[in-house]
Design a protein around this ligand. Structure first.
Ligand code: BT5
Length: 325
């Protein structure tokens, strides 16, 4: 834990204020050094009041993600969120984490960017990621899975993000197979799972997550305005991105630990309950191929089971779904 993580934990734990002497004792540094760190946090945009009576008191935090503060708010050891990095801007957080995977970093590293210049979806499609409007982040995972079962990671990502959004904002998000998060039929988030694998074994997975939080309609490119939405547009108020980031990391950690101990069944049930694709007649485009039929369930690998019009059961692991009316 860094000094700032300790300092912000202490400030957040004592909303009425904590004295310089207490902070210096807790952190094992001088009162002058505490003061210097407080000044540095103020420069980052933290509003910290200092009074002789109640000591230092955190009044407000800036609308920017700060890794040490996210750690302070998460508290405790975990897999997802073991290490957190925040970049002001990058091309794509999936690329940064892919590099970490290749270089042998341990799993659980989470990389956020406040803006992405080349955020992407599946099949090289663009993902709009304006500065400080949402959460754009990727996680390095090293699950013991066969490559065909990697859809399990997309499923866990979708249910965890859904759970976090519900907990923080109360909004019910629907899941559209395989990776869309929707509110009233409009897309508010998406998951991009990429992997590096040998034929029988996954080396690492990059789980990329985009969640639209505080965009107004004008923040979306014109072509997305009728199909995309943000939590702010749906609720009429802005949300604290730090709350959602902390909620998302917590939920992803819990779900990932469940997956690792063989608990995919429970995640699949949670997914099925939130999925608007199941029970519907769908057409799925996979490259040049089309599969039409009724979406019935998820199989043990996370593939969608589609009963085709000819009565076959197809296990579909990718593609674009159109739900038929
Ligand atoms: C996705 O792809 O939905 C996966 C999106 C994953 C984004 C995250 S952000 C952090 C990490 N780093 C990255 O570079 N990516 C991940 P797909 O199902 O292919 O959907 C892409 C389509 O969604 C686009 O073609 C647009 O139509 C639409 N779209 C683009 N930006 C959007 C946005 N911000 N909100 C809603 N829809 C959007």
């Amino acid at each position: 834990m860094t000094l700032d993580t300790h300092l912000l934990s202490a400030l957040r734990e004592t909303p009425t204020g904590i004295s310089g002497t207490d902070l210096s004792g807790r952190l094992g540094i001088s009162r002058a050094a505490v003061w210097a760190r407080i000044e540095e946090l103020r420069r980052l945009g933290y509003e910290i009041e200092a009074t002789p009576h109640s000591g230092y008191r955190l009044v407000s935090a800036p609308d920017r993600l700060y890794a040490d503060d996210l750690q302070a708010r998460l508290g405790g050891a975990r897999v997802v969120g073991r290490v957190i990095q925040v970049f002001e801007q990058t091309a794509s957080t999936n690329d940064l984490v892919d590099r970490l995977g290749r270089d042998g970093s341990g799993e659980g590293v989470v990389v956020f960017a406040e803006a992405q210049t080349r955020g992407r979806g599946r099949l090289g499609r663009a993902w709009s990621s304006p500065v400080r409007a949402g959460l754009w982040f990727s996680i390095l995972l090293r699950p013991e899975l066969a490559p065909r079962a990697v859809t399990q990671v997309t499923v866990l990502g979708a249910v965890a993000i859904r759970r976090a959004i519900k907990k923080v904002t109360g909004v019910e998000v629907e899941i559209k197979w395989p990776n869309d998060l929707l509110i009233r039929g409009k897309k508010c988030g998406g998951i991009l799972t990429e992997l590096s694998a040998e034929p029988e074994r996954v080396k690492y997975v990059v789980l990329g997550v985009g969640v639209n939080i505080n965009q107004s309609l004008g923040d979306f490119p014109e072509e997305l305005r009728s199909v995309a939405t943000s939590l702010r547009l749906e609720t009429g108020r802005a949300w604290d991105r730090g709350d959602l980031a902390v909620g998302a990391i917590g939920a992803l950690d819990e779900s990932y630990c469940r997956l690792r101990s063989g608990g995919f069944g429970a995640l699949a049930e949670e997914w099925e309950a939130a999925c608007t694709t199941l029970g519907r007649h769908v057409v799925i485009r996979i490259g040049d191929r089309r599969v039409g039929g009724r979406a019935e369930a998820l199989d043990g690998d996370g593939a969608l089971l589609v009963r085709t019009d000819h009565g076959h059961l197809e296990h579909v692991t990718g593609g674009d779904v159109t739900v038929q009316p």
